[in-house]
Design a binder for this molecule. Structure first.
Ligand SMILES: NC(=O)c1ccc[n+]([C@@H]2O[C@H](COP(=O)([O-])OP(=O)(O)OC[C@H]3O[C@@H](n4cnc5c(N)ncnc54)[C@H](O)[C@@H]3O)[C@@H](O)[C@H]2O)c1
Length: 383
């Protein structure tokens, strides 16, 4: 069967996400496996060109992974007609300009979230891509996590009956950087560099909620900076000007209430770094990155509140594991494969710039809710 090759301009591959998840775990893994198999049995192979500001770093990565093509000049890369896809995992604050240049050059675009720093910019990108007729997609990685795929399976089977509420927590302790180095880049903690956990995580929560539970109709949120000073990659003290915790209540069409805590200032007493509990009339489930457990109405125990007696029930043992029933690939890679098939006209990929704009809009509404101390109603947005 024939193999076609797609040239992919990859920008931001020296970064944490760009390098590990997108280059190594996705594009190089796809190249290694001989490309993506299409429904007619033919294959699409990938041929990346790496773009970055620091020639030494980019050249070193290219050499380490046997990538023949790299450059520090985005304009030059965009000028090559053979490279039909532009990918962006740069810092959020510099993304919009690069994507606009890629659209102007007629490239299909796939990007990390948030697609832009504000909803105005996000919609500008969505409109530009639509007008140019280029295919566009935004990373929706959490939907491809095994735990969430199993949760989706439960939802699709009707397991929950009527879903009542969702309660979730994402987070862990991110070291301040003084006596132990921080495990996340320092820009995340500076508002002026596009940081902030609400901007970061509400983009994810928007697509998780709308794809699993329904459209978000209103948000009430509080963004807080619990840790006011941190130390950067060079060991210099800086003021943490961005929020490191985001508390949100999301009202979803049909009456589902979703409450999510996102925090880089909590210590983990959970089985996984993200967990969602879904309660419905017929059953409940708790899903994390990998695992999902469920408890049906018929097997629900009857706890009785009695402060005089020590707890005798082992509540965690009363849940049943939802089986894998298959193998799960890396989520970033799975979405890349879907996007590549979509680019060559083989299947759909619905997570487009407009979906990305809804994510940015939720973050903006969350910040507005926090600043004003108000519930913010969300209208549907269109191009
Ligand atoms: N999908 C997810 O789960 C997820 C997780 C973390 C981060 N992200 C997103 O990925 C993006 C990158 O985050 P990261 O954690 O990898 O950050 P990072 O700081 O590790 O990497 C940032 C990249 O952008 C480049 N860059 C930095 N400043 C630049 C500038 N002024 N001009 C051009 N390039 C510049 C860097 O060289 C690097 O390649 C962000 O938009 C972030 O929101 C997504």
């Amino acid at each position: 069967m024939a193999t076609t090759t797609l040239g992919i301009i990859m920008n931001g591959i020296t970064g944490r996400m760009g390098y590990r998840q997108h280059l190594v775990r996705s594009i190089l893994a796809i190249r290694q496996q001989g490309g993506v198999v299409l429904s007619d049995g033919s294959r699409v192979q990938v041929d990346p060109i790496l773009v970055g500001r620091n020639a030494e770093k980019v050249a070193e990565i290219a050499q380490r992974h046997g990538v023949a093509r790299w450059t520090t000049d985005l304009g030059e890369a965009l000028a090559n007609a053979e490279d039909t896809i532009y990918f962006d995992a740069q810092l959020t604050s510099v993304r919009e300009e690069s994507i606009l240049a890629a659209i102007a050059a007629g490239k299909h675009v796939y990007t990390e979230k948030p697609i832009s720093e504000g909803v105005g910019g996000a919609l500008r990108l969505a409109r530009a891509a639509t007008e140019a007729g280029v295919k566009n997609g935004v990373v929706h990685d959490k939907l491809y996590l095994p735990g969430l795929l199993k949760l989706k399976r439960l939802i699709d089977s009707g397991y929950f009956g009527r879903i009542l509420s969702v309660r979730g927590e994402f987070g862990y302790w991110v070291f301040e950087g003084d006596w132990q180095p921080a495990q996340r880049p320092s820009w995340n903690y500076r508002a002026e560099d596009g940081g902030g956990i609400m901007t970061d995580m509400f983009c994810h929560w928007n697509y998780v909620i709308e794809n699993l539970f329904g459209r978000i109709e209103a948000v009430t949120a509080k963004a807080v900076t619990h840790i006011p000073e941190r130390w950067d990659e060079q060991g210099r003290r800086y003021d943490a000007t961005a929020d490191d915790a985001a508390y949100g209540i999301f009202e979803v069409e049909g009456g589902v209430i979703v409450q999510l805590i996102s925090s880089w200032a909590v210590r983990v007493h959970r089985d996984e770094l993200v967990e969602f509990q879904v309660d419905g009339t017929e059953g409940s489930a708790v899903a994390g990155l990998f695992n999902c457990v469920a408890q049906h109405r018929s097997t629900t125990p009857k706890p009785v509140w009695n402060p005089d007696l020590p707890e005798t029930q082992r509540y965690r043992d009363q849940w049943q594991a939802v089986p894998d029933n298959g193998t799960f690939d890396n989520g970033f890679k799975a979405q890349w494969e879907e996007f590549l098939r979509y680019v060559v006209g083989d299947g759909e990929h619905t997570y487009d710039f407009l979906a990305g704009a809804r994510g940015v809009r939720l973050a903006e509404a969350g910040l507005a809710s926090s600043a004003k101390g108000q519930r913010i109603a969300l209208e549907e947005i269109a191009l």
